[in-house]
Design a protein around this ligand. Sequence first.
Ligand SMILES: [Zn+2]
Length: 487
Amino acid sequence: MNMTLDLTRYVAEVIESKKDTFISASDRIWEFAETRFDEVQSAEALIEVLETEGFRVEKGVAGLETGFIGSYRAGNGGPVIALLGEYDALADLSQEAGLSEYRPVQPRGNGHGCGHNLLGVGALAAAVAVKDYMAAHPETAGEVRFYGCPAEESGYGKTYLAREGYFKDVDAAFSWHPHAMNAVMHGSSNAVIHATFNFKGISAHAAAAPHLGRSALDAVELMNIGANYMREHMIDQARLHYAITNSGGFAPNVVQAEAEVTYLVRAPKTAQVRELFTRLVKVAEGAALMSGTQMEYRYEGACANLIPNSTLERVLHKHLSALGAPEYSAEEYAFAKAIYETLPESNKQEAAAMVGPKLAPLLAEHPLTGFIVPFSDDKEMFMGGSTDVADVSWNVPTAQCGATTMAFGTPLHAWQTVAQGKSSYAHKGMLLAAKAMAAAAIETLLEPELAKRAQAELRERLGGEAYDCLVPADVQPPKQGAGTLAV
Ligand SMILES: [Zn+2]
C-alpha cells in the first residue's frame, strides 16, 4: 500500500472519530470572540482538549498570558513538528451566525472575522491525530507540539515565541488559514513594525495666551505631513499607514497638551522596514522640534516577511489532493449563495479575476469551491499585509494551506466571515485542513530526511541572513486588557 494513501486514511479516520470535540471547541471559541491578548477562555478550551488527549501543557510562554504549548513525545530523538494555532477575534465585528444579512449579536461587539476559531482548532485536531499515530506506532520517535499563539491580529504573538527561542529545536511547522479555496500557499508577505508616537506639549488658552502653549496636535499633524512626503522616497512595495489615536481633545480653544498617532511601516524585507522605521522616527523627532513638544514612541509589535518552503508545501499539497475536497449539500450551497449575494460587486469581481473567466460563473452560481487548487511554486504570491507566521518561517521550514470555510469571494475581516464561522461547510474545511496537516506532519516524522531537505531549502532562501527579530529585546508583550487597535 502506498504511504500517502495509508496516512490519508489513518488521519481521516482519527479526525472524523473525534470531530464532535473539535467542532464544539471551534463553536465555543466563536462564541467567546476574545480579541488580542484577552483570549483566556479560548485558550482554556484548546488546553482542555490537549490535556484530555494526554499532551503536556506549558502555559504563559514567552511572557504571553494567553500563549501556551502542548507537547507529546515518543521515544528518544526524532523530528520535532509544530502545529501553529490562532484563536483571537476582531473588535467591532459581532454578527449572528448562519444569517445572510448584517445583524450584530451585540452592537460594537467582537467577532471572528478572520475565522481564527476554526484556525486554532484545525491545527489542534492535526496535533491530536499526529499524537494518536505516535501512540499507535511505538516505533516512531519524535515530538509533536501545538503552539497556542495569541494575538495574531495586531499583536504578533508568534514574534515573541520566535524571539524567545521557542522554535529553536523545531524541524518543521505547519499551519493553515480559513479561506474560500482549498490550496497550499506559496508566497511571501510584508514585514511590519507597528509603533505609537506620543507627543507632549503645553496646554494654554488658545485665544488668550496662545504664545504660552505648545500643541501636541500640531506635532501629530506635522509628523503625518513629513511621513506623507517620505512616501515619495520609499520602494514601491513599502506601505506606511497611520491612525490618530488621540487628537488631544475636542476643545479648539485649548492648546492640545497631548496627542498620539499610531503607525504601521511595511516592506518586503525586515532590513527595509528597519530603515524606513528609522527614517520615520526622525520625522517624528522633526515634528517635535518644530512644535516645541516632547516625543516618545513605543513598539506595539512587529513581524518579519514570510519565507515559503516548496519542500514542505509539496508534501502538504500531496495529502490535501489525496484527501480531496468535501462534498456539499443543497442547503450548504444555498447558504453560501445567499452570502455571496450580499458581497459588494468589487469583491465579486476581484474573486472572479483570481479564478479566471471559465470558473468564475460556475463559482458565482455554486459559491463553495469543491476542488483542490493545483500547486505551483513557479512564482511567489505576494501579500501586501503581514502575518506573524513569518517569524516562525525564518526559524523553521513552514508550510501553510487554505481550506474552504466560506463562500467564494468572501473577504476576511467582514461580517460575512463571522456569519459563516459556525456553518457546516466551515467545519468541513477545518477538518480537511487538519487532516492534510496531520498527514504531512506524520510523513515528516517518519522521514527525517524530508525535514533536512526542507531546512536546506530554508538556509538557501535566507542566503546567510540570520533571524533578527524586529521587536527589540526589552519590549514585552502586552498583558490582558491591552485593548484593540483598529489597524
Ligand atoms: Zn487571520
